[in-house]
Design a protein around this ligand. Structure first.
Ligand code: GDP
Length: 483
């Protein structure tokens, strides 16, 4: 299928290119693992354009050169439309968070703007929302079943994964890979493997590196053979006997690549121009050093997908045209302002380390700590005779802190605690993670407290959504296209 892929890609690239000759177009990919904040980010971004949000650092908008932005019919008829209107209503009218991303979706924004030389132009921005789990599948394309098995098993034997993988490991021990293929054994192995992946995702572990992505988000492929396989403990350079369990698993692994991974690469990933990768770094912080290490592994995997410097499978198949990648730590409104730069510095250090691991050369990268929708405000609150920087918001109904269960109407102040001053305090001189400081002893950890979206003043018509550094993200992602 390699040559066909190449031809499809070339034809598609040509079509995209000729469209952009008449009509400058940017395809912006928005990705991140489940619950990273993609849906909220896109809703806030589009609203900022349509409604003219307060974006001081986003020069074209703040200087008044953007005359008008409007939604337009998207170019791809086969992709669901991003449900912008419904999501916005949920955010503003119900003060609830919208339904999260589970599949790819798309939205087209046409932006009429004045060029710096005075001429009027329209930039077409195609926003493509897709699960980060799909992106983390791309490295499978250049791994054999045996390599992937060895890697997955090695990872699953580390803490804290080993405990979560115990039932799956026990089942693997009862199997003989070279025995005759047996559907029941495959189904059980796949189920226990999926349970293990799902357990790794729980809040207290917050692992990031969990391919294959569709095991956690199967959609229409649920129970199909392409999702009914699991790593086996087999030699990395071995070949399976005909009709063995091993041969069956290997064939299904290859089917997964053919049915899921290659089409995603060809139809979606290879067509992107710019990419933002949203990262719930605070969730990883809370879970501890292992989660941070795992996140860094995932970042290295992601950077490898964009790598043009090395001769990877991707650069041989098609040179990714993405020339800017922004890594964004989301939900920064859970931290006091004093910690935003620190959060950014820590993410930057992780991305740098991941880039050197992946020997990354290619697109320009940058890092930002942002809140697409700011749900809190800041205050100084006296606490045991000390004045502590705190944040105030309305906890979601049912949230519990300090023995109190919130009803969704009353506000509460929490003490975020400090992030370390410099990444060095987090990583130690030897480069190993040391962990982070947390809230004052006895306080429930703020970062688990979920706040409702902010109350907005609708007296003067449709209000702008408050945010943190969303304008900086936009400036890096598309500022140059609006000059
Ligand atoms: P997705 O799975 O990547 O689409 O993630 P969502 O955009 O649905 O976000 C997941 C959850 O994170 C939301 O339901 C909110 O609880 C929270 N969240 C996302 N963005 C923000 C933000 O800017 N501020 C706050 N306080 N919470 C956010």
């Amino acid at each position: 299928s390699g040559i066909l892929d190449d031809l499809t890609l070339s034809a598609r690239a040509l079509a995209d290119y000729s469209e952009s000759l008449f009509n400058p177009t940017v395809r912006l990919g928005v990705t991140g693992l489940s619950r990273a904040g993609k849906t909220v980010f896109i809703t806030a971004l589009v609203h900022g354009f349509l409604r003219g949000g307060r974006f001081p650092v986003f020069e074209s908008l703040s200087s008044g050169r953007i005359a008008r932005a409007r939604l337009a019919p998207q170019p791809d008829d086969g992709i669901p439309r991003f449900a912008y209107e419904a999501h916005l209503r949920t955010l503003i009218e119900e003060r609830l968070w919208p339904q999260s991303t589970t599949d790819i979706s798309e939205l087209r924004l046409a932006i009429d703007y004045q060029r710096e030389n005075g001429a009027m132009r329209t930039l077409t921005l195609d926003i493509v929302d897709y699960p980060g789990e799909w992106l983390l599948d791309l490295p499978l394309l250049h791994k054999s079943y045996e390599q992937w098995s060895a890697e997955s098993l090695k990872l699953s034997r580390q803490s804290p994964r080993a405990a979560l993988a115990a039932p799956w490991h026990a089942h693997l021990k009862s199997l003989n890979a070279t025995d005759l293929a047996n559907e029941a054994a495959a189904v059980t192995a796949a189920k226990l493997f999926t349970d293990y992946l799902r357990a790794c995702r729980q809040e207290q572990f917050a692992m990031s590196l969990l391919p294959p992505g569709r095991f956690l988000m199967p959609g229409a492929l649920e129970n199909s053979p392409a999702l009914t396989f699991s790593p086996l403990d087999v030699p990395e350079d071995g070949t399976p006997p005909a009709d063995s369990l091993w041969a069956m698993m290997r064939r299904r692994y290859e089917s997964y690549k053919d049915i899921v991974v290659r089409p995603f690469f060809r139809d979606h990933f290879a067509r992107l121009d710019r990419q933002i990768v949203l990262v719930d770094a605070l969730a990883a912080f809370n879970a501890g050093p292992e989660a941070l290490r795992d996140l860094e592994g995932a970042l290295a995997g992601i950077l490898d997908c964009f790598n043009t410097g090395r001769r990877t499978l991707f650069s041989m198949m098609f040179r990714p045209r993405i020339d800017r990648i922004l890594f964004a730590a989301t939900k920064a409104d859970h931290l006091h302002r004093t910690s935003h730069d620190r959060l950014e510095a820590i993410l930057r250090r992780m991305v740098d380390r991941a880039a050197s691991r992946a020997e990354f050369t290619g697109a320009a990268t940058d890092v930002v700590a942002l809140a697409a929708v700011r749900a809190t405000r800041e205050a100084s609150v006296a606490h045991h005779g000390e004045t502590l920087p705190s944040i105030i918001g309305t906890p979601m109904p049912g949230e519990i802190s300090g023995g109190e269960t919130f009803d969704g109407d009353s506000e509460a102040a929490t003490f975020p605690g400090d992030l370390p001053d410099t990444p060095d305090d987090l990583f130690g001189r030897d480069g190993a993670f040391k962990g982070s400081s947390s809230a004052p002893p006895g306080e429930t950890d703020f970062r688990f407290l979920r706040f409702r979206p902010p109350r907005l003043d609708t007296a003067q018509g449709e209000p702008a959504l408050p945010h943190i550094r969303l304008d900086r993200a936009l400036q890096f992602l598309i500022g140059d296209k609006l000059q």
